[in-house]
Design a protein around this ligand. Structure first.
Ligand code: ADP
Ligand code: NAG
Length: 255
């Protein structure tokens, strides 16, 4: 046997993954829309990644004498991982992890650079579609000069299938409109003295993605106020990423 350069002593688990619209409450039964099994476990994952990069590996772990264990040994072999130290035992079952993945992380689409003939599926597949004034004009033909124009763009984007549309307006903040709240709402930004607005839109979209992922229960308007606040800080210093603030330097009421 070739000498292993990476020896992993660690877990090896069969993942039982259910995709559901939301997480069940304690004791509740809900319908999922997809189920699959996968090979997981932190130790085995690391060993597989190292092996796929070309490392000579060896895995030290135990699995049960059951179908999950047999399948896992096959999986190690497929990945070129020697299995002489993968012990198969009678008195315990292969580790299993029951994983429920909810559909609550939303898709946020930023159509940059904009195309007049954007594939219509981009609208229907976006939970949130976020564009700036010039992108709005390319996509809809409407010149956006104020919040009212942005609201009209938002309504057209809803007609094209977006669930929520946001149009950013530079110093004026942004306008939001949703299928379930179809009256456009202007969310103004604070008045600041801009130094360099390069990358403000990306700061805004990045901040919004952060709130969607980590504070999914905040109302959208509140997420947008906070994203405006972060992007408006980024325009007050030069550079693109160099101007993006860190959490530790931001007001803690943003979190
Ligand atoms: N002059 C400004 N004052 C305050 N906030 C600004 C200013 N310019 C941009 N922002 C913030 O950055 C966001 C995105 O800016 P915008 O100019 O619309 O995007 P882009 O960088 O794509 O052109 C705005 O919604 C706002 O929150
Ligand atoms: C909007 O974003 C595009 C990138 O798609 C950029 O080229 C353009 O300058 C931005 N428009 C405005 C009004 O800032």
């Amino acid at each position: 046997m070739a000498l292993a350069e990476v020896v992993v002593v660690g877990s090896c688990m069969t993942d039982l993954v259910s995709l559901t619209p939301r997480l069940p409450k304690a004791g509740e039964t809900i319908h999922g829309h997809k189920f699959f099994t996968g090979f997981g476990g932190k130790g085995a994952n690391q060993c597989v990644q190292a092996a796929r990069l070309g490392a000579k590996t060896s895995m030290i772990c135990k699995v049960g004498k059951d179908s999950f264990g047999n399948d896992y040994i096959e999986n190690f072999k497929k990945n070129g991982i020697p299995t002489e130290f993968v012990n198969q035992v009678e008195d315990a079952a292969t580790g299993a992890a029951s994983i429920v993945v909810n559909s609550e992380v939303k898709t946020l689409f930023n159509p940059a650079p904009a195309l007049a003939d954007l594939n219509p599926e981009f609208y229907t597949h976006s939970d949130i579609f976020c564009c700036n004034e010039s992108e709005a004009e390319i996509l809809t033909g409407i010149t956006v000069g104020n919040a009212e124009d942005a609201g009209r763009v938002g309504c057209i984007l809803l007609e094209r299938g977006c669930k929520t549309a946001i149009v950013t307006l530079g110093p004026e903040g942004c306008v939001m409109v949703s299928k379930n709240a179809p009256t456009p709402k202007h969310v103004p930004a604070q008045k600041v003295t801009p130094v360099d607005t390069t990358g403000a839109g990306d700061s805004f979209v990045g901040a919004l993605a952060f709130y969607l992922a980590y504070y999914p229960h905040l109302p959208l308007e509140e997420m947008l106020k906070r994203s405006n606040c972060i992007a408006s800080i980024s325009v007050q210093t030069t550079g693109t990423q160099t101007s993006y603030p860190y959490r530790k330097n931001l007001p803690q009421n943003l979190f």
